[in-house]
Design a protein around this ligand. Sequence first.
Ligand code: LCS
Length: 393
Amino acid sequence: MKNSLDKATKAIHAGELAESIFGEVSVPIFQSSTFSFPSADDGAARFSGKKSGFIYTRMGNPTTKALEDALTALENGFAAMATATGMAAITTVYLTFLNQGDHIAGTDSVYGPSRMVLEKEFSRFGVQADFVDSTNPENIENAIRPNTKVVYIETPANPTMGITDIQKAAQVAHAHGALLIVDNTFASPYLQRPFEHGADVVVHSLTKFLNGHSDVVGGAIITKTEALYKKIRPVLNLFGGTMDPHQAWLILRGIRTLALRVEKAQENAGKLAKFLQNHPKVTWVRYPGLPDHPQHEIAQKQMDGFGAMICIGVKNGLTGGKTVMDNVKLFTLAVSLGGVESLIEHPASMTHASVPKEEREAAGVLDELVRIAVGCEAYEDLRNDLVQALNKI
Ligand code: LCS
């Protein structure tokens, strides 16, 4: 796919098969676990890598490859790998780049399990991890040790909406010989392409904006270079967290409307954030598009738009937040984000409950914080629903 095409055009066309079989317009679902070889020599050549061609769906599948090609085009990367879930993408990059005795420095406010898998599971194998407020690049610099192999950032961060300067994080990581890995889930490549700012590897939960319909889980790893791709792919294939073709087809279908969905949800979020700032029951609003967001200028520099995630505090703290969550009628009380429907949740007791309370609060995931994932409904309906729920406080 030509790099010069607009991102909205890429979302609709990237990943199309080079040659259609029957003139089909949609990429077919190649629901086959294995692929026949024309000869024994051909099979051996595919296994040795001398010849291209599919072998077995855990190692590659034409529908999954179509999704991977679409993601590569959208991120302007070298190649992508689709994974069973976002966590499969994240744990695969950790497995690839962290050996016993290695250290990783990361954003403190990340999706809870991205952090807990290091603190609870990778620690069993001697991997060390430190999480800092990466919105200040000096904190990353101070967290670096001689054995730091990876700097892992999430921007915008889940759920605090903190913004990390990707370019500065890349400078710090590279000055110490470490890789910069960016979780780009909250922005999607429609709003942010971390390779343009120096990242080496991008990971996604495709479950969110890229799929966009709250009906499939999935993940992806995209690399900037061939060398990085060649390191990660065998680890993914051996550990087996790859994607199923039917799952890939659904996500590719979702990507076709990425531009329309992100534009609409973002427009709704921008209006809601401004409206909520002036609501008497709302104590604070954190949205990167608001001029009072502490990293508003960095967001302006590295993002094409401010996205569709907002977090707020309300009067009476957690009790007030529960009143809102229990009284919304159009918003759904559920975790996840990035679907066409608007969701609301409480990170401290839900998505980030696995992070110990002191670590969670140090990262800004306060008990009073309520997270809103804005969807594509009509703005007035969303506003009216929040107002009637807020007025119950
Ligand atoms: N990265 C980010 C930024 C996420 O928000 C999530 C899931 C993941 C990775 C993991 O992806 P998964 O394995 O679920 O596809 N975030 C969720 C959330 O905020 N609520 O529910 C899931």
